[in-house]
Design a protein around this ligand. Structure first.
Ligand SMILES: [Zn+2]
Ligand SMILES: [Zn+2]
Length: 127
C-alpha cells in the first residue's frame, strides 16, 4: 500500500507532495526493475541470478536531493539475504549522486533553507 505525503517547511513555505511505499503493480521483480536505470537493472539481475523466487522489498522512499534541493520519492529495492540495496535516480533532476534516503521516523530537513522540522502530513493512499 502506498501513501501520499505532503511535506511543508514552516520557515520558507516550500512544499512537496510525494508518493511513498509501493503499489500492487510492484509485486513482481520484472515490473519493479523498470523503475531503475539500465545499469542498475543489470546489477539487480546479477544479484538475483540463479534464484527462482528472490526475496526483495521494493518501496518508493522519501529522499532529499542535494543537487536540485527537492524532497522526492525514489525507488529503492532491498535484498534481505545479501543485505544489499539499490536506489534509482532523483525524478526531478535525474542524478543520484547527492540523494539521501531519509529515515521514516526522523523529521526531514528542508533542502531549500535548512530548517530542521519539515512537517509531514499523510494526504492519501495509492496502490
Ligand atoms: Zn525551508
Ligand atoms: Zn534532484
Amino acid at each position: 500500500m502506498g501513501m501520499i505525503q505532503t511535506l511543508t517547511c514552516p520557515s520558507c513555505h516550500e512544499s512537496w507532495e510525494i508518493t511513498t511505499g509501493h503499489g500492487i503493480l510492484h509485486s513482481t521483480l520484472e515490473r519493479v526493475l523498470k523503475a531503475f536505470p539500465q545499469d542498475t537493472q543489470m546489477e539487480i539481475r546479477q544479484e538475483v541470478q540463479g534464484q527462482l523466487a528472490p526475496i526483495f522489498y521494493f518501496n518508493y522512499r522519501m529522499a532529499s536531493c542535494g543537487r536540485c534541493k527537492n524532497i522526492v520519492a525514489v525507488p529503492v529495492i532491498e535484498f534481505p539475504e545479501s543485505g544489499r540495496s539499490y536506489t534509482s535516480f532523483c525524478p526531478q533532476c535525474g542524478t543520484s549522486a547527492e540523494l539521501v534516503i531519509l529515515k521514516e521516523d526522523a523529521s526531514p530537513t528542508c533542502p531549500r533553507c535548512g530548517t530542521e522540522a519539515l512537517s509531514v502530513e499523510d494526504s492519501g493512499r495509492w496502490d
